[in-house]
Write a protein that binds this ligand. Structure first.
Ligand SMILES: Cc1cc2nc3c(=O)[nH]c(=O)nc-3n(C[C@H](O)[C@H](O)[C@H](O)COP(=O)(O)OP(=O)(O)OC[C@H]3O[C@@H](n4cnc5c(N)ncnc54)[C@H](O)[C@@H]3O)c2cc1C
Length: 390
């Protein structure tokens, strides 16, 4: 068993780190200042400019296949890069990617939706959640009724990331109420904002909130069905599973950076005549944080590795998402504690991380849903204890 990175993985990781450190992190004071003034940390133009700069470093389309101009990286290398992105709180991500399920589009749809999304000319959002269907996504009620060559979509989606900015939505709706949503009853549609849906921003404790999307008899041409009629839920799950190792990969970067700040603070902050690092209470917090961080790292890398082997990554990803999301919450909490009152102020990014990472336990499958998947796999014998090593 070899726990080291290959030369190629290390080189890509280090280049990503250098880019983030040199080009993105210097923007942090300005991002904090803007967010304190309730403005977006980066404007779309600034994000685009950074992404084009990163393209010159070779970073474009981490997950996008080479035939579409991307890097087509293995999941493990993508995970390493998402960890580097997590080291800064600037709302940055590399450009050149598109929702994984847009690659299921037909040639015409690829020209109209996939390619412009990869190029950054169009912005998408993915919408399955509804006011009455979150964890229980198979309970969606948005209806799509056939009308000649069109479908008419009626209903509401909620908590949609990017829904305020997107110019098209990938929407899962019920097309056959007599069938199970999971099995032939739902379909995914590509719906331009210009077709008539509207969005309402939702205020959250994090920065850059999601939106609710309202569909009031929105007419969508049948050629805008993504994949096959009846396949909507399956595509939705394919979209969600992707995030299950990206979120904890990102969490590792946040935890690494925050823990580094705590170590530096512990070594320099003096109380009762000695640095707080000399107190066992502080040492134990640092030790526990590092131990959880390291455990999360290996769960995440194993989940990514599982996907790269062409094995079903669901079980490993559920453990990585559950543990990684909790780990970063624990670590950021300890980092705040070590910083004392300063940790609670908006002078430092710790309170921002504190608000940001709470979401990680909720979206793209709550803690409870991950536990449900993990235990169900074992109870029904889908997975052996110990996974592929068993
Ligand atoms: C900021 C943000 C961004 C999001 N982005 C998107 C997006 O882009 N697209 C999209 O479609 N959705 C998105 N979501 C929706 C998100 O995926 C859901 O909020 C999440 O799946 C939980 O659903 P819910 O909020 O309806 O909670 P509920 O399903 O109502 O759950 C409430 C609580 O009950 C628990 N619970 C529910 N059922 C069970 C059970 N059987 N056993 C034990 N506990 C249970 C849950 O774990 C949770 O703790 C986003 C949400 C947020 C907050």
């Amino acid at each position: 068993m070899d726990f080291s990175l290959s030369d190629e993985q290390r080189a890509i990781r280090d280049t990503a780190r250098a880019f983030i450190t040199r080009e993105v992190m210097p923007l942090e004071p300005e991002v904090l200042r803007r967010e304190r003034a309730h403005q977006p940390g980066l404007t779309p133009d600034e994000l685009r400019e950074l992404q084009l700069k990163a393209k010159k470093f070779g970073f474009w389309g981490l997950a996008t296949p080479e035939e579409y101009g991307g890097m087509g990286l293995p999941a493990l290398t993508q995970s390493l890069i998402w960890t580097e992105i997590g080291r800064t709180f600037v709302p940055f991500r590399f450009g050149g990617d598109a929702d994984n399920i847009l690659f299921r589009a037909n040639d015409e749809q690829k020209r109209e939706y996939l390619i412009p999304t990869i190029e950054g000319e169009r912005r998408s959002c993915f919408a399955i959640t509804e006011p009455g269907a979150g964890s229980d996504a198979a309970n969606i009620k948005m209806r799509a009724r056939r009308d000649g060559d069109d479908w008419i979509l009626t209903g509401e989606k909620t908590f949609i990331t990017g829904g305020n900015e997107a110019d098209f939505a990938i929407v899962v709706a019920v097309t056959d109420p007599d069938r199970d949503v999971r099995d032939g009853g739902s379909t995914a549609f590509l719906v331009d904002r210009s077709m008539g849906w509207r969005s309402e921003p939702i205020q959250t404790m994090g920065e850059g909130g999601p939106a609710s999307l309202v569909f009031d008899d929105v007419r969508v041409p049948a050629r805008n069905v993504l994949g096959e009629v009846g396949q909507g839920f399956k595509l939705g799950m394919e979209w969600i599973i992707k995030g299950r190792y990206i979120i904890p990969s990102n969490a590792i970067g946040i935890a690494e950076r925050a823990l580094g700040m705590a170590i530096q603070h512990a070594n320099t902050r003096v109380t009762f005549g000695a640095p707080i690092a000399s107190y066992q209470a502080i040492q134990w917090m640092i030790a526990d944080a590092e131990t959880e961080l390291e455990a999360a790292r290996w769960l995440v890398l194993r989940a990514a590795w599982t996907a790269d082997q062409g094995l079903d990554p669901r079980h490993a990803s559920a453990m990585a998402k559950l543990y990684g999301a909790n780990m970063v919450n624990h670590v950021v909490d300890k980092v705040m504690q070590i910083h004392g009152g300063m940790g609670y102020t908006r002078e430092l990014p710790i309170e921002r991380w504190y608000r940001q990472v709470r979401l990680y336990r909720i979206f793209e499958g709550t803690d409870e849903m991950q536990r449900l998947i993990i235990s169900r796999d074992l109870l029904r014998g889908y997975t052996k204890i110990g996974g592929h090593l068993a």
